[in-house]
Design a protein around this ligand. Sequence first.
Ligand code: 26M
Length: 818
Amino acid sequence: MFELMDGFLKNDPVSLQKDILHHVEYTVARSRFSFDDFEAYQALSHSVRDRLIERWHDTQQHFKKKDPKRLYFLSLEFLMGRSLSNSVNNLGIQDQCAEALNQLGFEYEVLAEQEGDAALGNGGLARLSACQMDSLATLDYPAWGYGLRYQYGLFRQIILDGYQHEQPDYWLNFGNPWEIERVHVSYAVKFYGTVEEEVVNGEKCKVWIPGETVEAVAYDNPIPGYGTRNTINLRLWAAKPSDGYDIESYTTGDYINAIVNRQKAEIISNVLYPDDRSYQGKELRLKQQYFFVSASLQDIIRRFKDAHGNFDNFPEKVALQLNDTHPSISIAELMRVLLDEEKLGWKKAWDIVRQVFSFTTHTVQQEALEKVPVDLFESVLPRHLQIIYDINFAFMEELKAKIGPDYARLSRMSIVEEGAVKNIRVANLSIVCSHTVNGVSRAHSELLKTRVFRDFYELWPEKFQYKTNGVTQRRWIVVSNPSLCALISKWLGTESWIRNIDLLARLREFASNSDLQKEWQMVKKVNKLRLAEYIETMSGVKVSLDAMFDVQIKRIHEYKRQLLNILGVIHRYDSIKNMEKSERRKVVPRVCIIGGKAPPGYEIAKKVIKLCHVVAETINNDNDVGDLLKLVFIPDYNVSVAELVIPGSDLSQHISTAGHEASGTGSMKFLMNGCLLLATDDGSTNEIIEEIGAENMFIFGAKINEVPTLREKGSTVKAPLQFARVVRMVRDGYFGFKDYFKSLCDTVENGKDFYLVGADFASYLEAQAAADRAYVDKEKWSEMSILCTAGSGRFSSDRTIEDYAENTWGIQPCKCPS
Ligand code: 26M
């Protein structure tokens, strides 16, 4: 049974082994003499979980005692991926686990592969939340994450005959050892109904009589910091029927229907919306947002009230971070609680609300900003709509006093959009009510100030900040690339960079050292081998390790321009086909790898996936080409696939049309892994250039300020001949499916080409040619690769989080004693 030291579970291999066997027998309920890899994974996970729980308790106890200002990070999406390897690494018990398992006849790495991803999010925004939770824990900040426990995560992508099909991700099928169900932490969340006026103590007040109640039950997910005892909490809410649900049906005797109706409450947390283009006016989506916001605020307020008599110092103790507009109803909800339940009066309530919220936006597109039809809002949350109207009225008055009767501007800035369908502009609500509005890169922030939120910037310039995104080196180097991790530590003579990323810059000194370069190349080779094996298993394509592995992995979107990549591959193929045999010897061999999910309703994105498959089919089976060029599509791209692919890449592509990618975080993971970037000047790229140097990257394409002019010119901008030629090949059915691809080709020709695929094609090909030339010189390439890792420190989420803590949230570290 469990052995304790100073009251804690021991971490030596013998104690771990005993715990694993205990869990095999009593948690997994298998014989300790016969259990398989999956059962061993479960038992190991439960042993690790026990250790997390101890730390989690101590951390919460410590926070309670110290009562620091806490950060509550509200996000509808967290893309956590796997937990075992991350937890084992952050607890620092990997060697001990490996030894304990070895003696039982199991391999740690094999067991880690048994775990499925927790994919409770779509893409960039959701993975960023996960990286930020890791940094918050590691840097000892008193923080909590709040979100939704979807039963179905992001759909699984399967490819049939080159077409994407979506399958449900019922990720909880085999149990989830990383969560703790808190049956006693539950809150009633209410919807619908009416608002009535009542007189209480001679004062008129509004009373919401809700029509439906759903119970929110807490599931806690411990997030361990690295090299610290601090383990913070990610609390996800699941919807359960409430005892008060549909009482009516019981009394009318319809028992069976009453039960069936009761069960409908669970729908709220059933499924993650898989389209990250933000779409409007879905009742279930609004209910999801309010459900998680209401439960979280009840929890936060209960915790606050346990420690404080009144709300006077609420803003000194609570920071609420809105991860995009998705949780922004919390503004109206906090207002409602303070007004209707706590009876603080408008002035006091408003004063508190304005001090606690900070808002980060993750988009560039004006069209992508969420809107909720007023009718829908009124039906689902009638009292909240009134409050939003009141906030807007006060804001409009304040604005009029400042800017005078500029009605065009007043109407642009109003929280309520007038028109045939009246809408609530959630972004405007968030800006008006937050003390800070953050962008996710410097360039993004400029766009917010000059275009997207210009009116607001002119009114409140002091509200606007930016925090360039970052990713956690714990997952993206230490866990996913252990050989590189060991090599870095060896050359730096310390492992401290895992907590103090600035130290990575010291690698620069050794960038031209031939010993390091050789070891660096070895590590890359091992990772490429692992990736090549995976590619062969997934797609049957054999690839040469001497080829440059060129990767683009991210959600499929027109603005991310996977089409530009594929057309570039077609051009390369066409050029090889048209070469003399003697010339072919000079071609630098390439393996082009593309992976990503298309939103289910996004036809053009789905056609891009099919195009990739048909082009791959032709190229990969062409004996003229052989190892000089391969194209592979990696299906079902997710966090775990990224952990495998990124370390094995030589070159990665971040080629969005300038002005469309708010930041981009994939590029940062590739950089950390010594992978060179081929990129447009978009999102974080120009900040990356400052660290790495343009001479160590392949930058191409129109700049942000050139895009509008290029678009205006439309059809008069002549795309290069090579472009017309490759599009023609697709149009003429060189790869088959001629009719199917017509609409896709139409998006980039005939004067449309909104994303400037044609306009950027020539400079894209030049950048690709420059990459080829650089790859031939192995020493030079290794030096550039080392410089990428060395310069990646600024893109650690540790740096982002410290900046947020200091300049937005006003929180301090609160370290739990070891
Ligand atoms: C909205 C409404 C209904 C359903 C889904 C949504 C929705 C979900 C996710 C809308 C947008 C979502 O994510 C946007 C996103 O991922 N943005 C990316 O954020 C990253 C982190 O800041 C940036 O690096 C990327 O540039 C940005 O595209």
